[in-house]
Ligand binder design. Structure first.
Ligand SMILES: C=C(CC[C@@H](C)[C@H]1CC[C@H]2C3=CC[C@H]4[C@H](C)[C@@H](O)CC[C@]4(C)[C@H]3CC[C@]12C)C(C)C
Ligand code: SAM
Length: 371
């Protein structure tokens, strides 16, 4: 072979080699982004599984649009009847992303020096069990149970039986599957239903709790009255509420912007003030034993992880955009993720300014003798 031919062959080999190495690097990069870096919290959910809950793939984009439109027409928010449906749609859209990027407990916790997010979450949940004095064989209600992170922690810790209710049937399926995998399906039960009208008899629970869930109720008195109804006399109800704090000023445009941002990104029919919560609990018949904002010092910022996660959110955005482009993730997931990205910012600002807390604690008792 002439030198020229030899050079051509060597050149072609080099091109092939470069193409093979290039493809391997790209494939490795995608694998690393999607499978290794993808699941931020546990190995529970990976990026390739991100979907729209109970929605068909083709319905995600339209449902997101319907959700976003709801908040463009502030008048409609007053129509309380539409809210549970809106909340159900919201959780179809966000449940996978929450699990993938946060974990199986859909709530915040006070940061604790030297503890991981997982430990902080567990301690915040076990506090509920302690406040309820939950014990083996008790039957405890979890109103708005998500995919069951808190219920599993509380059942494992106290050995009580926990019955969770959520409006979203996709969450029911996820929660049941997690309960089984955790070996806690003997203690944990999940049903799909509306906590404004629960399918449980009067006086049937030894305790009840709600973690960052009743904020979705258009009228807080409706859900509190339902919880009161199903509790046995003398038993306790513990709740972590999303509220505005005494620092919130309705005439400060920045405060108003932050609170609207939180409502829009979290399917809230209108955040309540901390001062309304106790009044409503008393109005439905509860005695209020304790009321406290768990976010106040010496507690460390609950929004710390939200802020620290920023780099991860950009990476998540990249992963989701790529999967959506490849047709793996349904159309519309990118928009949902973008909405959550903005929400994270409003929530952090709510925490930093001190005008918002997601953990206003109330411990209530249904009196022995009810009126
Ligand atoms: C109680 C509620 C939900 C509270 C939190 C569990 C969620 C509130 C905001 C969510 C998130 C924001 C940013 C997301 C990020 C852009 C994405 O890449 C990964 C998931 C997020 C971190 C996501 C996780 C859950 C939240 C922190 C409400 C709805 C009443
Ligand atoms: C932010 S999540 C919190 C879930 C769970 N408490 C946790 O901490 O992981 C709010 C939950 O409330 C539920 N929810 C909201 N409105 C509801 C309603 N009307 N009836 C039943 N569940 C409802 C949602 O479906 C979701 O599971």
């Amino acid at each position: 072979m002439s030198d020229m031919v030899m050079e051509m062959v060597a050149g072609a080999d080099l091109y092939t080699l470069a193409a093979v190495v290039g493809s391997l690097v790209v494939a490795g990069g995608i694998y690393y982004l999607v499978f290794v870096l993808g699941p931020a919290e546990t190995k529970g959910k990976s990026a390739v599984e991100l979907g729209g809950g109970s929605l068909n793939r083709g319905e995600v984009a339209d449902n997101y649009k319907a959700y976003a439109d709801f908040f463009k027409k502030p008048k409609e928010i007053e129509n309380a009847k539409q809210v549970p449906k809106l909340v159900d749609t919201f959780y179809n859209l966000v449940t996978d992303i929450y699990e993938w990027g946060w974990g199986q407990s859909f709530h915040f916790s006070p940061a604790i020096a030297g503890k991981s997010h997982r430990e902080e979450t567990r301690l915040h949940e076990e506090r509920v069990a302690d406040l309820l004095h939950a014990k083996p064989n008790d039957k405890i209600l979890d109103a708005g149970c998500g995919v069951g992170g808190p219920m599993r922690a509380i059942a494992a810790y106290s050995k009580a039986n926990v019955v969770g209710i959520t409006i979203n049937d996709y969450q029911v399926a996820r929660a049941r599957s997690h309960n089984k995998k955790a070996g806690l399906d003997n203690l944990c039960e999940v049903i799909c239903g509306n906590f404004l009208n629960m399918p449980f008899p009067d006086n049937s629970f030894d305790g009840a709790y709600s973690i960052e869930a009743t904020c979705h109720a258009p009228q807080l008195q409706d859900v509190y009255a339902e919880i009161y109804r199903v509790l046995k006399p003398g038993k306790l109800y513990v709740t972590y509420e999303w509220v505005t704090t005494p620092l919130y000023r309705a005439d400060d445009p920045e405060h108003v912007e932050i609170i609207h941002g939180i409502e829009h990104g979290d399917a809230l029919p209108g955040l309540r003030s901390y001062s309304q919560i106790v009044e409503i609990a008393k109005e439905v018949g509860f005695e209020v034993l304790e009321e406290r904002d768990l976010a106040l010092p010496p507690a460390l910022p609950w929004w710390k992880r939200l802020k620290m996660g920023r780099i991860a959110y950009y990476r998540n955005h990249l992963v989701i955009a790529l999967l959506s482009f490849l047709g793996v993730a349904p159309q519309g997931v990118v928009d949902v993720h973008e909405m959550l990205f903005k929400t994270a910012d409003f929530l952090s600002r709510g925490g930093e300014t001190g005008i918002f807390t997601p953990m206003h604690l109330l411990v209530c008792r249904k009196p022995e003798v009810t009126q």
